[in-house]
Structures are given as structure tokens and as C-alpha cells.
Design a protein around this ligand. Sequence first.
Ligand code: UD2
Length: 316
Amino acid sequence: MGETTIENSKILITGGAGFIGSNLADALINDNEIVVVDDLSMGKKKNLPQGANLHFIEHSIADYEFMSTLLEAWKFDYIFLLAAVASVADTIVRPAETHIINQDANLNILETIRIKKLPVKKILFSSSAAVYGNNPELPKKETSPIDPLSPYAVDKFATERFVIDYGRLYDIPTVATRFFNVYGPKQNPKSPYSGVLSLVLESIINGQTFTVFGDGEQTRDFVHVEDVVRALTVLASHSEALHDVYNVGTGVETSLNTVIRLFEEIEHKNLTVSLANARVGDIRESYCDNNKLMSMESWPMLSVKDGLINYVQYTK
Ligand code: UD2
């Protein structure tokens, strides 16, 4: 089946000023009207494209009244649920508070749509590879056992289920996605728990020491945000993507040492590295089977090398 596009639609992106949401807004802004709701806890207003068809609202998705009124007023065609407290460590420190954002706020959106019978073409919820936890099976398939090990992963998995089962029970078109290690333009290296590639890039540009936790031979499925945006638009526009969950990753595993070497080659600089103990609970190897997504619509995803070149160029 060929590529389908989203046009002339009213789109809500929660967390739209964040890393993935703002890249999605860039991709959709020309042909659609977009509302972004973001509390700017991690996102930045300057990430967003400018224009009359981009409506930015600085607000928390946890404000039920506000979100219900917004949904009823706009009657969105597509809803991308990307707002979350994305730091696993933060959810371990504040499990109840972050649950309100990572789960309850999304449930309220589903409830509003169900009760008010709002017409929607697709709701997409962004979940995470975190749901697989320490399950050693590789590559991770959507059918692999799940093992959520943090409040973050529990909320992501439970909300996946709400999204999928609300869809089935109340006939609402829904889909969930499990992102692997996403990197690329606009990723915020502010926290020590930010994506590792944003931290490596910041260190190499500023000549700072980068700390490798463990021996650097741990592997991840690093997927460029451009491919994540494409996956989201593919799943939004294909009607057969329904009441189901999809891995979003390249299907290729790369070690941390390899990406450090690639950054050094691209930048023609050596990164100063210090070694520290592996993080407690760190996963040794992770990559996904992305056949379910690719069988719907396939495209060549960016290799880590090409993706890093793009990321470095953008950031500088
Ligand atoms: C990712 C997600 C996390 C959760 C988890 C589930 C990101 C940013 N995090 O965590 O939200 O979904 O997957 O499995 O996508 N590292 C260093 N030095 C640093 C920072 C990290 O060596 O300064 C290591 C870290 O110990 C790990 C690897 O780099 O082995 C990747 O770390 P990460 O935080 O980018 O991602 P991950 O896979 O631990």
C-alpha cells in the first residue's frame, strides 16, 4: 500500500513543544491546523514552527476541565498523545504525581471523547520500549512478554491498554506506539536522564567529559526522530492500523561505544570519556522487531551514521 498523508485536518499534539512533538508539528504544519498543549516542563516554545495555523497553549494536560472544553470546541481529526513525564528516574521519585500526567490525563481525554461522542479519525498514544523491562528476548516483538519495572513503564503499559480497549469497546480509532531510543534535532540534554545521544553531542561540542556508565558495550535501537514522525503519520493515516500496538525502532542494535566513535569521526574530535559503574537496572541489550510497522508501509530508516550527521548539522 502506498504512502498516505494527513491534510486539511485539525490536529492536537499534547507535549507538542517537546522533542518528538515539535518535530511532528514541523512535519504537519503546512497542510493542517495544529493545536499544541504543553506545560513547557521539558519542551520549549522556540521548538515550535511559527504560523497562523499553529496554536500554542501553555497548559497542563492534567487540567480535566480545560482539556474537555478544548476537545469539545475543536473536534480534532487526529490526536497525538505525546505529553508525559519522560524521565523514568523522576517517576520513581514522584510515582503518584507523575501517574496523573502519564495515565489519568490521557484517560480523561478518552473519557471526554467517549462521553461527548466526539468524531475523531485517529488517536495515537506514545508508549515506550520501557514496557519490555528486563525481558531478555531479542529482538523485542510486540508479542514479547512485558515487564514494566518503573512507575513510568507501568503507566505507559496501562495507558496503552486503556487506549486500545477504549477503541475496541467504544468504537474509537486508536493506536499505541512503543518508541525505542529516539534521538535527533531538538532533544533536550538538560537532565542527566536525557537521551544519551543528546548528552554525548553536548559533551563533544562543548569539550566536556562524558561519563559512560558500564563498559559502553550496552546496545540500543537508536531511531532518528524523522523516522518516528514518519511512523506516526503512517499509523495515523492507515485505516488498518487500529486498536493495536506497534514497535517504532530501526531493528538494528548499536553499542554506546560505536555511537561515540561515530560522533568522533563526524566531529573530527576526541571525546574525553570517564567510566563509572553501570546504572542500577540498566538494560544490556535492546533492539526491536519492526516488521509489524514495516509491513504496513516500508521505507529505509536512517542508519545511525546518517542520523548522527543530520543531528550534528542541525544542532550546530
Ligand atoms: C530508555 C528511555 C527510558 C526508558 C528506557 C526503557 C530515553 C532517554 N530513555 O532508557 O525513558 O524508556 O529506555 O528501557 O530514551 N548512559 C551513559 N552515560 C550517560 C547517560 C546514559 O553511559 O550520561 C548509558 C545508560 O546507562 C544506558 C545507555 O547509555 O546504558 C542509554 O541510556 P538512555 O538514558 O539514553 O536510554 P535507556 O535505554 O537507558
